[in-house]
Design a protein around this ligand. Structure first.
Ligand code: F6P
Length: 521
């Protein structure tokens, strides 16, 4: 990236723009919004509160061209093996083309649909003959966060016969036990969701769930009728005991954090029904088409990604806040934390050389109105420069007078915060002085439903891809998580053998303190 002509031009533009306050950009052009927003059906992207000028946008578009973004987008959509360190495609876009599905995808959709219908029609029955009414999704990372985020956000649109769905991910098993305490084993179905079907977090929880059922169900076969497996590895599911009819497959060309569009979305389909599930896919597909076919200067994911690069590499901002103004998006920031940081938190270029510039910023977030009463203080008066994405929906929860009042409050707060961050306020008393000049995007969507949420998630996926191309990194592997897994196994071994040999003094002494306390009990 740094050898491109655009990089040099952007560096010098950033030097001249840094001292200019955002509010000056608005004062100099009363119609700044017109130049600085993009639209597609159902979505408006306002980037006028970013520290950009037309010259900056032009150079960023040049940078995209110099980095061959168009060719990379084609490779993504063609299913080329762009995840070169694992020799895999990253073909999540192929999962949302419901008019034109690949045969293996269509086959798994049908299998999933039939299981969903059997649950909804109370035909899927447990060992006692009672119908299944509770689902426990056991999975972690991409096998948890997407379905958790979607089912929580779209609860209002649930299918009339949707079962209760619970999510369990943490390997300490507290979440699991809390859920099991409330459930009837006879009516509970476990969904063991794991792309690799090797993740110890998921398999250990699934084993505990199996033991729980064994206390009640009359036979092994009866127990296994309460487990559905979702994975890319049929053999591993069979080895664990998942019955062939209860295995849902997906493929190594779907990354874990991009897998909610695959059968990993089973719990979403259970919640929304197949029609709602398909609307989510259609929304994502609409974003795919926009990304693939729209000229870069009007392309929302391209601009969202490039502006992020501008902030990170040229304005040197190192944090990104995600601020949805809708409580239904409670898990959206957690979802994006994995999507963005596991994809682009990299220090090695595709060619194996170290990067010499910043890549993914630290990303976090919270539902906006709550965050206002928590960490916005830092956004307004802290020493960190942060870029924020405000996410807002036009419609509130209903058309009642009271609901409209609440939505007006919500809208007013969202716009007040982005305006306050932009404009600031002078005060002689420094405690009450607001510097402003904090940049933000606003994404305004029609309403929060399966279609628009599908669009929004696909927008961020493509933003991540755009940035990975500019940074010359592979967005689709995650080698950085492996060392911790390896060391955890090693330490577990030490714990089981009560040995601290070859451990560092911190690890060894923490273990000794734990053992002392156990011996005292
Ligand atoms: O350890 C990280 C990771 O591999 C994520 O990429 C993935 O989403 C998660 O673990 C769960 O993996 P799996 O679905 O294979 O259990």
């Amino acid at each position: 990236m740094i050898h491109t002509q655009a990089y040099a031009a952007l560096t010098s533009l950033s030097e001249s723009l840094k001292p200019i306050h955002l509010k000056t950009l608005f004062e100099n052009d009363s119609d700044r919004f017109t130049q600085c927003h993009l639209q597609m059906e159902g979505l408006l992207f306002d980037f006028s509160k970013q520290k950009v000028t037309q010259a900056v946008i032009d150079r960023l578009l040049e940078l995209a061209n110099e980095q061959q973004l168009k060719a990379w987008i084609e490779k993504l959509f063609n299913g080329n093996k762009i995840n070169h360190t694992e020799s895999r495609a990253a073909w999540h876009t192929a999962l949302r083309d419901i008019e034109n599905p690949r045969p293996e995808v269509a086959q798994q959709w049908h299998k999933m649909e039939s299981l969903v219908n059997r649950v909804h029609q109370k035909q899927l029955r447990g060992y006692s003959g009672k119908p299944i009414v509770n689902i426990v999704n056991i999975g972690v990372g991409g096998s948890d966060l997407g379905p958790l985020m979607m089912t929580h956000a779209l609860d209002k649109d649930k299918h009339p016969y949707a079962p209760d769905i619970h999510f369990v991910s943490t390997l300490d098993a507290r979440q699991l036990h809390k859920v099991l305490d409330r459930l009837d084993p006879a009516t509970t179905l476990f969904v063991v969701a794991s792309k690799s079907f090797t993740t110890i977090d998921t398999l250990s929880l699934a084993e505990t769930a199996k033991e729980w059922l064994q206390e009640y169900a009359p036979s092994h076969q009866a127990v296994m009728n309460h487990f559905i497996g979702i994975s890319t590895d049929a053999q591993k599911m069979s080895d664990w005991g998942i019955l062939p009819d209860y295995q849902l497959l997906f493929w190594d060309w779907v990354g874990g954090r991009f897998s909610l569009w695959s059968t990993i979305g089973f719990s979403i389909a259970l919640k929304l029904g197949m029609q709602g599930y398909n609307e989510m896919l259609t929304g994502a597909h609409a974003m795919d088409q926009h990304f693939k076919n729209t000229p870069f200067e009007q392309n929302i994911p391209v601009l969202l990604g490039l502006i992020g690069v501008w902030n990170t590499n040229f304005l040197k901002l190192s944090a990104q806040a995600i601020l949805p103004y809708d409580s239904r998006l409670k898990y959206f920031a957690s979802y994006l934390e994995q999507l963005e940081m596991e994809s682009n938190g990299k220090h090695t270029r595709r060619d194996g050389t170290p990067v010499t510039y910043r890549t993914c910023p630290i990303l976090w977030g919270e539902v906006g109105p709550n965050a206002q009463h928590a960490f916005y203080q830092l956004l307004h008066q802290g020493t960190e420069r942060v870029m924020s994405d405000f996410i807002l929906f036009k419609k509130g929860i209903s058309d009642s007078k009271r609901a409209i009042f609440h939505q007006n409050l919500n809208i007013a707060n969202c716009l007040a915060q982005s305006r306050a961050m932009m404009i600031g306020e002078d005060n002689q008393n420094l405690h009450k002085h607001y510097p402003g000049d904090q940049v933000s995007n606003t994404l305004l969507l029609e309403q929060l439903d399966a279609h628009h949420l599908g669009m929004l998630v696909a927008l961020y996926e493509h933003k991540v891809f755009v940035q990975s191309v500019i940074w010359e990194i592979n967005a689709f592997d995650q080698w950085g998580v492996e060392l911790g897994k390896k060391l955890a196994l090693d330490i577990l071994n030490h714990i089981e053998n009560q040995s601290t040999d070859h451990l560092d003094s911190s690890t060894a002494n923490i273990l000794k303190h734990i053992w002392e306390q156990r011996n005292e009990n």
